[in-house]
Design a protein around this ligand. Sequence first.
Ligand code: C5P
Length: 233
Amino acid sequence: MQNHDPIIIALDFDSPGEARSLIRLLGDQAGFYKVGLELFTAAGPDFVRELVASGKRVFLDLKFFDIGETVKRATEQVSRLGASFLTIHGSPQVMRAAHAGRESSLLKLLAVTVLTSLDDDDLLEAGYQCGVRDLVHLVVRKALETGIDGVIASPREAVSLRAQAGPDLILVSPGVRSRGASPGDQKRTATPAEALEAGADYLVIGRQVTRAADPAGAVSQIREEIRFALTAQ
Ligand code: C5P
């Protein structure tokens, strides 16, 4: 069992008001929140500062991808906001620039390997010469060489990534669904317990909680599922 809370709730909303309502409803059930492109564009850095000031941890999922100097300077800004995690694309130039921009701050950098909504056919359509598995491993090798703290990866890749990267790389898995929950547009899902058993350190959970009639109940059920599965081994 993890000695940290592995659950990160994705605040995929178009206004800070909706996000605040969910956070209120969840209360002590969640302490780590992901702010992605939609909410960050709507609510801006002040909302991130507000979350951090209220004692929540923030995962800023902005998937930076730009020329090195821009990535470096934008990463410096994120480190000043007090966010705990930031995503960047897994391109070597971007990873090196973000690493330079983070300097000695506590911000952890997570490289995006392959979006969990993509499969081999999608990569082929986009012109890639390799499938998801090979691309994920290449990005992880480059991330390790660059000193990146972790990667975003589908739970289905967690076992082989753990084997490749060792215990220190932070593995964050979106695309997590309890059995019976709707997968939405995710193509490579696993249950929360399967993802943790496979080696994920953190689970990003969105719609299963944010669209639930009782979000706090949904998180509590996920925690129960994890406890049951991991103690039944
Ligand atoms: O609603 P759901 O649980 O599918 O939400 C997953 C969250 O994780 C979304 O905010 C999505 O943008 C994010 N994400 C992902 N796959 C990645 C990186 C981030 O699904 N590779």
